[in-house]
Design a binder for this molecule. Structure first.
Ligand code: AMP
Ligand code: ZN
Length: 137
C-alpha cells in the first residue's frame, strides 16, 4: 500500500478524476480547486519536491502542461491560467510528491497571487544577485 497521497492516486488506491495519463504521468482535477478545472500533473514515480525531481521529468511535465493547459482554458472558458510548483512546506507544499498546479483564472476571481511586499536597500539588490549567481552550479 502506498503511503503518499499522490502515490495512492497513481495506484488507484484513492479515486481521481483524470484528464490525461500515460506510462509516466497523470493529470487529474484538484479536489479543492481555486477555480473549477484546477488540474495537477504528477509523475507516477515519487519525488518529494522540485529540487528532488530529475531535469528530464520536469521538462516532460512542462511539455505536458503545454498540451493540457489549452484544453483547460477551452473547457472552462478561462482567459488565463497560473502554473505553480510549491516546493517545501513554508511555500505551501502540503503533499510531498511533486505536482504542477495549472489553475484557470478569471478577472476578479478573488484568488490572491503574491504582491511584491519588500524593498531592497541601497546596494542590497546587487549583493543579493551576486550571492545567488555565485552559487549556481
Ligand atoms: P500543495 O499545497 O502544492 O501541496 O497542493 C496540494 C494540492 O493537492 C491541494 O491543492 C489539494 O487540494 C490537492 N489534493 C490533495 N489530495 C488530493 C486528492 N486526493 N485528489 C486531488 N487533489 C488533492
Ligand atoms: Zn508519492
Amino acid at each position: 500500500m502506498a503511503q503518499c497521497v499522490f502515490c495512492k492516486v497513481a495506484a488507484w488506491e484513492t479515486p481521481s478524476q483524470r484528464v490525461y495519463e500515460d506510462d509516466k504521468f497523470i493529470a487529474f482535477l484538484d479536489i479543492n480547486p481555486v477555480n473549477f478545472g484546477h488540474t495537477l500533473i504528477i509523475p507516477r514515480e515519487h519525488y518529494a519536491n522540485f529540487i528532488e525531481t530529475p531535469e528530464d521529468v520536469l521538462s516532460e511535465m512542462t511539455k505536458l502542461a503545454k498540451k493540457i493547459a489549452p484544453a483547460i482554458l477551452e473547457a472552462m472558458k478561462a482567459p488565463a491560467f497560473n502554473i505553480t510548483f510549491n516546493s517545501g512546506q513554508e511555500a505551501g507544499q502540503a503533499v510531498h510528491h511533486i505536482h504542477m498546479h495549472i489553475i484557470p483564472r478569471y478577472a476578479d476571481d478573488g484568488h490572491k497571487q503574491w504582491h511584491g511586499r519588500d524593498r531592497y536597500a541601497e546596494g542590497e539588490m546587487g549583493a543579493t544577485a551576486k550571492k545567488i549567481k555565485e552559487l549556481i552550479k
